[in-house]
Design a protein around this ligand. Structure first.
Ligand SMILES: Cc1cc2nc3c(=O)[nH]c(=O)nc-3n(C[C@H](O)[C@H](O)[C@H](O)COP(=O)(O)O)c2cc1C
Length: 245
């Protein structure tokens, strides 16, 4: 199609990296590209913590169920939604920030995700590989303590970064009609389309090189949503000053 779209369509998460470091200027370049993302009300509500301390890496790996790439990746970045900076600006100008609004939480979380994905695309465009680590939210209080995160800041996810030492297959996505609707929401044709996608996913999982399994996508969703995932998040977020009203 064009190089940008080809790049986006060739994304796959990388979980094994070479020892080659990410050059400092490359890191700066891709973080600058991250910052170019659109930002709701121009809040720029994100702080990225680059974790170079090996003891902190070990601790973060433990939080993330022992996922070894958290410790081994040449770079590990923690993307934090950050309202505290803008609130300090409010105080700087003699104001008092309204706190705890769910809308503010959405703004900062969306900003963080947009920044991260911009950075991911920039990284992949220069031959780097990435893996997001949502598993940091297994114990977000521990991450907050390890990284000295203040009130109005929370760790949304981590990101492993480095040069790929594997070449995994691209994972098929849902067919476009399942996610694109016109004028109103509809589930017309969804069961058939998902059944066909389940077949495609089963074939993908059976044939891929790493971590083969016999499962369709809808079964995976049943497993995921059939249990309460990280029910501690509401209390944690409220403790950090978010989603109180
Ligand atoms: C916010 C977020 C959190 C994720 N957390 C993890 C994680 O903790 N560990 C992991 O191995 N992969 C994680 N992933 C990667 C997904 O499993 C992966 O993107 C998905 O299966 C699609 O595969 P692909 O990225 O290779 O296309 C995460 C992805 C996102 C977007």
């Amino acid at each position: 199609m064009n190089p940008t779209i080809d790049l986006l369509n060739s994304h796959r998460s990388i979980r094994r990296f070479t020892d080659a470091p990410v050059p400092a200027d490359t890191l700066t370049t891709i973080i600058t590209a991250a910052q170019a993302a659109a930002s709701s009300s121009f809040l720029q509500g994100v702080t990225i913590i680059r974790v170079t301390d090996s003891e902190k890496r070990v601790a973060l790996r433990e939080v993330a169920n022992g996922q070894r790439y958290v410790e081994e990746a040449p770079e590990f970045l923690v993307f934090c939604a950050d309202l505290s900076r803008s609130m300090r600006c409010c105080e700087m100008h003699g104001g008092e920030a309204a706190k705890g609004l769910t809308e503010q939480f959405i703004i900062a979380t969306v900003d963080t995700a947009l920044y991260a994905q911009n950075m991911v695309v920039a990284a992949e465009s220069v031959g780097l590989g990435i893996c997001y680590i949502g598993a940091l939210r297994n114990d977000p209080a521990r991450v907050t303590e390890l990284l000295d995160l203040p009130q109005q800041v929370y760790p949304v996810f981590g990101l492993c970064l480095g040069f790929p030492d594997q070449d995994p297959e691209v994972k098929p996505r849902l067919p476009v009609p399942v996610v694109l609707k016109e004028n109103s929401y509809s589930t017309d044709g969804e069961p058939e389309a998902i059944a066909a996608y389940d077949e495609e996913m089963r074939a993908y999982y059976a044939s891929r090189t790493d971590n083969q399994k016999a499962q369709g996508w809808s079964e995976q969703m049943a497993g995921l949503l059939g249990r309460e995932g990280r029910p501690h998040m509401l209390a944690f977020l409220q403790g950090q000053g978010f989603v109180k009203r």
